[in-house]
Design a protein around this ligand. Structure first.
Ligand SMILES: [Zn+2]
Length: 894
């Protein structure tokens, strides 16, 4: 039943914590184990244990939470599974960095201790991530929380590996991989960040091996790789070199003979048209070498840290890293007279996303997944609309990548992660691959097994997430009830890392899609339009934002006004806007409470109105009905911003500004008892149902306000979602109200045109455009006059001339006239008082703008706002001054 009056001010801190505790206590977010009827499920993209949640996570979580709460209120058994990703390499890098600050090298710790350090890290960060998720009010089912390193995940990861291995879809092979020499591990193509960097192009002479003068002029950006050369290649159509094919040159510094070969991969316009071929350190060179089987087998010239080593590297260079090796090589080439010239050269350099080290292409033995056969059913499914991508434009990008997909290197030479479930037999040399770690060789029975030292790429576990999180490979009842899931919400930056691979894993391991719809959120930008990032330090901790503005304000600012699927600015203006909206909502309910007589029962439906009931009551019910339909449609289209925008407009303009203002007459009892009863019932119905509609977006404040009103049930979070069918549609009332609102707008504009002081109520006239408008305006004359602040308002018959001394406006509904302020002492005085007030404000604004350091220190948009205010006030004062001039001089101007 209705509780005592609400406090004047909404204090999110206390309110939010209280309801979060109530929801958890009430088990509201716990999905039923044995659901009956429709289900809705989704998995939370498990955040990396590497760090804490960012505002970008909050954006995705807000979208997911709105959808989950909407489904829950519609009575659907709703499951939202939370989790945490162990984030192998990324976490190891963070722990390594932290230990380095204490002077400890991660690699030198005994493995058990190193793992313990990672575990400590996990515990600390998991606590913070849970706190952040709770703080946002997100309705995940904590009882089903999963971690990608828990025993179930270990089992699932091994199962997936073994199954692909047995199907011939996993192989071990020597390939050029992206090698991170700082972390000393292979990384995937997706973990390499390419940027244009300034470098130098060196022109080097490779002398002829037969001692004749001259030689081949070869351009290279990396002279330190000269030691790995096996040939010099030219384009077969390049006439400059027709004579050179088949001849031999000497590789400078390393003094080996290599042939000049012809290959179509050479770009004759690059440098002097001759390319050195270093197959172990360049993918193109490796392809070229593959087409020329007579070339010498290349020898490795770098160790795991990319320091020069090996028989082809002369001893003075041994142990030099790439940079020192390059400087030394340039110096020696110059001394030997083989360095012809150098020129500045911009080139694309790949750096490791994790360590920022320049990636070295390196030929090494790694494990790979054959992707093409896995991609095939996914491409077909997306083409057939079995899985839909929102916004749809990302489908093209998706196909482009899927169709050119390359094999996935899944082995990592690090400690933190799932071990590759392969053991090599020391007796027969063969591999044993099994879900449970083997004790004897599956080929010869020998117990002499050496487990594979590498671990799996983190994504090899994450790609199983939608079904693994529900218990796969065990045939759990959750898997039966809640799989396939319906929706996946994530950032488009992991479309390939994760989303596409989950689809492949879903079809491969479960025979069906892992989800039906994928929704990509946009990227958040700061107020200066830069992407929010940890690196720039422009992404505040969500818990700070919540502490300052409240979780509801943060959530609403994330979905409104910028569309959640577009890149958009998030900051003070959006947060202030959201906070103002919540205050408006708070005040609306506070306004409503006194009209709820004691003993009023829960709202079961709208009052039944008659055609003679007040126009505003009939209108707001019809508008409300339309708002429900719009919200439902927007949810159906995966457009949370459209739903929030519709509700914002409905609450702010229709309900609070228009309906409440118009209905005040009935609510005050000035139109008699039946009107009072209907207005009270209408107000309570619409306000109560609107709280339900807003609940998915701003759950805390709506829960608090709902409890202040008569209600049935324990919690708004489990109250039924409103059905638009409850309220009648009344197109006549909507059209009539449009006329009334238009008349009010016109008269208000006239007041502004004529500089009517705020306190004055001048007479006004309307000559309606037709009998229909005349009828409506006649009926609603009191409302129009009251809201437009005119008195009296008279309707003019067609042909009647307007009175003298009026300002006028012409609009489709007719002509409006307003008496100009007279020069009567009372009006002049009122206007002079207004001028004084405005002038005071103007002075204050000017002082603020001119204040020491204001322009330099305040954010640009604050300065801009103050400047606009200054201009506006100056103009208003000027116009009043003009009006206050003696009447004679004004007339003279006309
Ligand atoms: Zn064996």
């Amino acid at each position: 039943m209705s509780s005592p009056a609400l406090p004047t001010r909404f204090d999110p801190k206390e309110v939010e914590a209280r309801w979060q505790a109530s929801w958890e206590r009430g088990g509201v977010f716990r999905a039923p184990d044995q659901p009956r009827g429709a289900t809705f499920s989704m998995v939370l993209p498990p955040p990396n244990v590497t760090g804490v949640l960012t505002l970008g996570h909050m954006l995705g979580d807000t979208v997911m939470d709105a959808v989950a709460r909407h489904h829950r209120m519609r009575g659907t058994a709703t499951l939202w599974v939370p989790g945490l990703d162990h984030a192998g390499l990324a976490t190891q890098v963070e722990v390594r960095r932290r230990l380095a600050k204490q002077g400890v090298r991660f690699e030198e710790l005994p493995p058990e201790q190193a793992i313990r350090e990672v575990e400590n890290w996990r515990v600390e960060h998991e606590r913070r991530i849970r706190e952040q998720t709770r703080g946002g009010g997100f309705s995940v089912d904590w009882s089903r929380f999963r971690y990608t390193m828990d025993p179930e995940s270990v089992r699932a990861t091994r199962e997936a590996f073994v199954s692909l291995y047995r199907a011939g879809l996993i192989y071990r092979g020597e390939r050029l991989v992206n090698w991170d020499p700082r972390l000393r591990t292979a990384i995937s193509d997706l973990e390499v960040v390419h940027t244009e960097e300034e470098g130098t192009l060196y022109y080097v002479r490779y002398p002829w091996a037969d001692g004749t003068l001259g030689g081949m002029e070869v351009a290279t950006a990396r002279p330190e790789t000269i030691f790995g050369d096996v040939a010099v290649a030219v384009h077969p159509d390049d006439a400059r070199y027709a004579e050179a094919w088949g001849k031999f040159v000497v590789v400078p510094l390393s003094h080996r003979r290599v042939p000049v070969i012809a290959d179509r991969a050479v770009d004759p316009t690059f440098g002097a048209g001759a390319l050195k071929i270093t197959p172990r350190h360049d993918p193109v060179d490796r392809e070229v070498a593959g087409r020329h089987p007579d070339l010498a087998d290349p020898v490795e010239i770098f160790d795991e840290s990319a320091r020069l080593v090996g028989p082809w590297v002369p001893s003075p260079f041994h142990g030099l890293d790439r940079e020192a090796g390059r400087a030394r090589a340039v110096e020696e080439l110059d001394r030997e007279g083989l360095l012809l010239r150098q020129e500045p050269y911009r080139r694309s350099v790949g750096r490791s996303e994790r360590s920022e080290a320049v990636v070295e292409p390196r030929l090494s033995t790694q494990w790979f997944v054959r992707m093409a056969p896995l991609a095939e059913p996914v491409v077909a499914a997306v083409r057939a609309g079995e899985i839909r991508i929102h916004p749809e434009r990302w489908t093209l990008t998706f196909f482009r990548w899927m169709e050119g997909i390359e094999d996935w290197c899944i082995s990592r030479q690090i400690l933190w992660g799932h071990r590759i479930p392969v053991a090599r037999c020391r007796t027969c040399g063969q591999e044993s691959v099994s879900i449970l770690p083997p004790t004897t060789c599956e080929h010869c029975g020998s117990p002499e097994l050496a487990p594979e030292p590498d671990v799996l790429d983190t994504w090899f576990t994450s790609w199983l997430w939608p079904f693994e999180a529900l218990g796969w490979p065990a045939r759990t009842s959750d898997l039966g009830h809640y799989y396939p899931t319906q929706l996946l919400v994530t950032g488009r930056d992991i479309m390939f890392f994760w989303v596409a691979r989950m689809m492949m894993a879903g079809y491969r391991f479960t025979g069906t899609k892992p989800f039906s719809d994928v929704y990509f959120t946009g990227m958040l930008l700061d107020e200066r339009g830069r992407r929010m990032s940890k690196h720039l330090g422009n992404s505040p901790d969500p818990l700070d934002v919540i502490a300052q503005h409240g979780a509801d304000a943060m959530r609403f600012a994330l979905v409104f006004p910028n569309p959640t699927s577009e890149d958009g600015a998030f900051g003070r203006p959006a947060l202030d806007g959201a906070r103002n909206f919540l205050t408006k909502l708070w005040n609306l309910v506070r306004f409503t409470l006194p009209y709820v007589p004691p003993g009023t029962g829960p709202v079961v439906g709208p009052p039944s109105l008659s055609p003679t009931s007040a126009l505003e009551d009939r209108w707001i019910l019809s508008r409300y009905r339309r708002a429900v339909d719009e919200v439902d449609r927007a949810f159906g289209d995966f457009d949370p911003t459209r739903a929030a925008t519709g509700l914002h407009g409905f609450v702010w303009h229709d309900l609070a500004d228009r309906y409440v203002e118009i209905a005040k007459e009935s609510l005050a009892g000035r139109r008699g008892d039946p009107a009072l009863r209907e207005a009270r019932a209408t107000l309570l119905f619409v306000v109560e149902r609107t709280l339900r509609l807003l609940h998915p977006f701003v759950p805390h404040v709506t829960e608090e306000l709902w409890h202040a009103l008569p209600h049935a049930g324990e919690l708004l979070a489990t109250a039924p979602w409103p059905s638009s069918a409850e309220a009648p549609s009344d197109p006549v009332a909507e059209v009539e109200m449009e006329t009334v609102l238009e008349a009010i707008r016109l008269l208000r504009n006239l007041r502004a045109d004529e500089h009517v002081a705020t306190t004055s109520l001048p007479p006004a006239w309307i000559r309606p455009a037709g009998p229909e408008v005349a009828r409506v305006l006649e009926q609603q004359r009191g409302t129009v006059a009251r809201l437009a602040r005119v008195n009296p308002l008279q309707l003019l018959a067609p042909g009647t001339p307007p009175p003298d001394g009026v300002g006028s406006r012409v609009a489709p509904l007719g002509e409006c006239y307003l008496e100009r302020p007279s020069t009567s002492p009372a009006d002049t005085e009122a206007l002079a008082r207004e001028r004084e007030k405005l002038a005071g404000l103007l002075e204050k604004t000017r002082t603020r703008l001119d204040g020491p350091g204001f322009r330099a220190r305040a954010p640009p948009e604050v300065v801009q706002e103050a400047e606009e205010k200054l201009r506006d006030l100056t103009e208003r004062v000027r116009r009043i001054d003009e009006h206050l001039k003696p009447r004679g001089s004004r007339d003279g101007e006309r």
